[in-house]
Write a new protein. Structure first.
Lengths: 299, 225
C-alpha cells in the first residue's frame, strides 16, 4: 500500500514536472476561473448585505407624530396589521425605544442628537411579504402616508429595486462567465492529462504488458488533474481574500452618506467560499482528468 | 500451458492474419514461430497475452480461455506472461535497475521484494555491475538482456519473445538465445517468433511455421526451412 502510494505520488510529480508549461497554464486558468466564481459568490453576498443594511430586514418605516396619543398609535397599528395579504409583520418602537436607537446611531454626533431627541417620533417597522418588490413598497407608502397620526413613511423602494436589479444582473452574468471559465479549466486539464499520457505512452504500454491494472495506471494522471484543480481553488481563494480585503478597506474609506457601507463581506463567509472554491476545483480537476485518463488509456 | 483452437483473425476483408490455427504448447516447452514477415507470428503472440482477440476460435492459457476472461482479470493474466521485443521497449529515462524494478513496482510489489529480486535477475542475465546505467549507455545485446530481466523478474510461467535477436549481431544473438535457454530450463515456457534461420537451426527446438496466417508445419526439434 505504501509502495503504491509512493509510486503514485512520484509519478504524478514527475508528470507535472515534465509538462511544466502546460501545468502552469492549467493552474493559472483554474485560478482565474475559480477566482471569478468566488468573487461572484462574494458579490451576491455583498448585495444581500447592502440590501439588509438599507432595510435592516424592514422594508418600510411608518413614523408616528411626536407625542401622538395612544389611540392614534393603536389606529395606525390596526391599519397596518389589517393588511395581512401584503404585510408579514409589524413591530412598534416607542419614543423611548426610538431615543435608544438614535443614541446608538448618533453616538458620536451630540449636536444631531440634541436636535432630534426633543421631537423624536415613535415608529412602526413594517415587513412586507414580498421584500424585493419596489412596486409593493410604493403602494404601501401611498396608502399609509396620509393616515391620521402618521408623520412620515420612509421606504427604500428605489434603492431596493436598483440593488435587486444589479444583484440579478451581476449575479447571473458573472455566474455564466465563471461557469464558462470552469468548463475551459476542465478542458485544459483534460488536454494536459491527454498530453501527459501521450508523452508517457511507452511507459503505459510497458505497464499494461507487465500486468498493471488500469486503475493503477490512471491514478497518477487523475491525481495530477485533481492537484491542478485544488491548486487553482487554493490560489484563486488567496487572490479572492486579498481582493476582498482591499475592497473592504476601500469601502470603509467612503463617506457614510455614500450608502455603500453595506456592500462588504466581513464575516467568515469568504473562508467558506474559499473552501467551496477548493472543492469545485477538485471536482473540475477530477472530472477533466478522470475522463481523459479513461479515454486515452489505450495510447 | 498454451492451447489454440481454430483461431482466426482478420484485420480487414483483405488481410487475414491467422486462419484456423490450432496447436498446444506444453509447460516448459520452447517453441519457435517462424515464417516470413506478415505471416501472423506477432499476431499469435499478441493473442497469447490478450493484446488481441480472435474472431473465431479459443486461446487457452494456463487452463483458462482468455477470450472469455473479463477485462479486469487481464492484468493478472499478464503477470504470468513475460514479453520481450525486438526494440527492447526500455524506458530511456530510467536506469537498468529502475527499468527492471518498474515491472514489479507497477504490480504493487513491496520495496524489500524489489530490492531483493532485481539484483538477482540482473545477475542471472549477466548485468550485475551495470544496474545504474541508462539504456543509451548499453550495447544492443545488453539492452535486450535488460528487457529479458524485466520480463523474467516476476518469474512468469510463460515468456513471449517477438524477434528478440532481430536487432543484434549473430554473436550477441547467440548469447541472448543461451540466456533464453537457461530461463526455459527453469521451467518457463518460451514462445519465440523469429526469422533468424541460424538460431533456429542451432537450437533444434520445436518449430511452428506459418505462411499467410496458416500453420504449414509443426515439427519437434525442427530446423528453419
Amino acid at each position: 500500500m505504501i509502495s503504491r502510494l509512493r509510486y503514485t505520488l512520484r509519478e504524478m510529480w514527475a508528470s507535472m514536472s515534465r509538462n511544466k508549461t502546460l501545468t502552469a497554464a492549467t493552474v493559472i486558468t483554474s485560478t482565474i476561473s475559480l477566482l471569478l466564481f468566488g468573487l461572484t459568490l462574494l458579490i451576491q453576498r455583498g448585495f444581500d448585505n447592502q440590501l439588509k443594511l438599507w432595510t435592516g430586514g424592514v422594508e418600510m418605516i411608518v413614523y408616528v407624530n411626536h407625542g401622538a396619543e395612544a389611540n392614534q398609535v393603536a389606529f395606525v397599528q390596526g391599519a397596518l396589521e389589517s393588511q395581512t395579504s401584503v404585510i408579514e409583520g409589524v413591530t412598534y418602537c416607542s419614543e423611548a425605544c426610538a431615543t435608544e436607537v438614535a443614541n446608538t446611531l448618533f453616538a458620536g454626533d451630540q449636536d444631531s442628537l440634541q436636535q432630534l431627541i426633543p421631537k423624536i417620533p415613535s415608529f412602526f417597522k413594517v415587513r412586507p411579504i414580498d421584500k424585493d418588490s419596489g412596486e409593493v413598497l410604493r403602494t404601501l407608502k401611498s396608502t399609509f402616508k396620509d393616515l391620521p397620526g402618521v408623520f412620515d413613511v420612509r421606504t427604500p423602494d428605489q434603492q431596493v429595486e436598483v440593488l435587486s436589479q444589479l444583484k440579478s444582473f451581476f449575479g447571473v452574468r458573472t455566474l455564466l462567465i465563471s461557469g464558462g471559465l470552469l468548463a475551459a479549466s476542465a478542458l485544459l486539464i483534460w488536454n494536459t492529462i491527454r498530453t501527459a499520457m501521450f508523452a508517457r505512452r511507452r511507459e503505459i504500454e510497458v505497464m499494461k504488458l507487465v500486468g498493471a491494472t488500469n486503475w493503477f495506471i490512471r491514478l497518477p494522471f487523475m491525481l495530477e488533474g485533481l492537484v491542478q484543480g485544488i491548486a487553482g481553488g487554493f490560489l484563486g481563494g488567496i487572490f479572492m481574500l486579498l481582493i476582498n480585503r482591499d475592497w473592504t478597506n476601500g469601502v470603509r474609506a467612503f463617506p457614510v452618506s455614500s450608502g455603500l457601507e453595506g456592500f462588504v463581506v466581513t464575516d467568515g463567509y469568504p473562508y467558506t467560499v474559499w473552501l467551496v472554491m477548493i472543492l469545485v476545483g477538485a471536482f473540475v480537476g477530477a472530472v477533466g482528468s478522470g475522463t481523459a485518463a479513461s479515454r486515452f488509456l489505450d495510447v | 500451458m498454451i492451447k489454440l483452437e481454430n483461431v482466426t483473425k482478420s484485420y480487414s476483408a483483405e488481410v487475414t492474419a491467422l486462419r484456423d490455427a490450432s496447436f498446444d504448447v506444453a509447460k516448459a516447452e520452447f517453441v519457435f514461430l517462424v515464417g516470413p514477415s506478415g505471416s501472423g507470428k506477432s499476431t499469435l503472440l499478441r493473442m497469447m497475452n490478450r493484446q488481441e482477440r480472435p474472431e473465431r476460435g479459443a486461446v487457452w492459457v494456463a487452463g483458462r480461455n482468455i477470450n472469455e476472461m473479463p477485462d479486469s482479470k487481464v492484468p493478472h493474466l499478464r503477470r504470468n506472461i513475460g514479453n520481450i521485443f525486438q526494440d527492447y521497449k526500455l524506458l530511456t529515462n530510467k536506469t537498468v535497475f529502475e527499468n527492471v524494478a518498474f515491472a514489479l513496482e507497477v504490480i504493487g510489489r513491496p520495496r524489500h521484494v524489489i530490492r531483493q529480486q532485481v539484483p538477482a535477475v540482473l545477475e542471472l542475465v549477466g548485468l550485475s555491475g551495470k544496474q545504474d546505467r541508462f539504456p543509451h549507455q548499453l550495447s544492443g545485446g545488453e539492452q535486450q538482456r535488460v528487457s529479458i530481466a524485466r520480463a523474467f523478474v516476476n518469474r512468469p510461467l510463460i515468456l513471449l519473445a517477438d524477434e528478440p535477436t532481430g536487432n543484434l549481431d549473430p554473436a550477441t544473438g547467440e548469447g541472448i538465445m543461451r540466456l533464453l535457454d537457461r530461463i526455459n530450463k527453469t521451467g518457463t515456457t518460451v514462445v519465440m517468433a523469429t526469422h533468424d534461420q541460424r538460431i533456429v537451426n542451432m537450437m533444434r527446438k520445436r518449430v511452428i511455421q506459418l505462411d499467410r496466417g496458416v500453420i504449414v508445419r509443426d515439427q519437434a526439434r525442427g530446423v528453419y526451412e
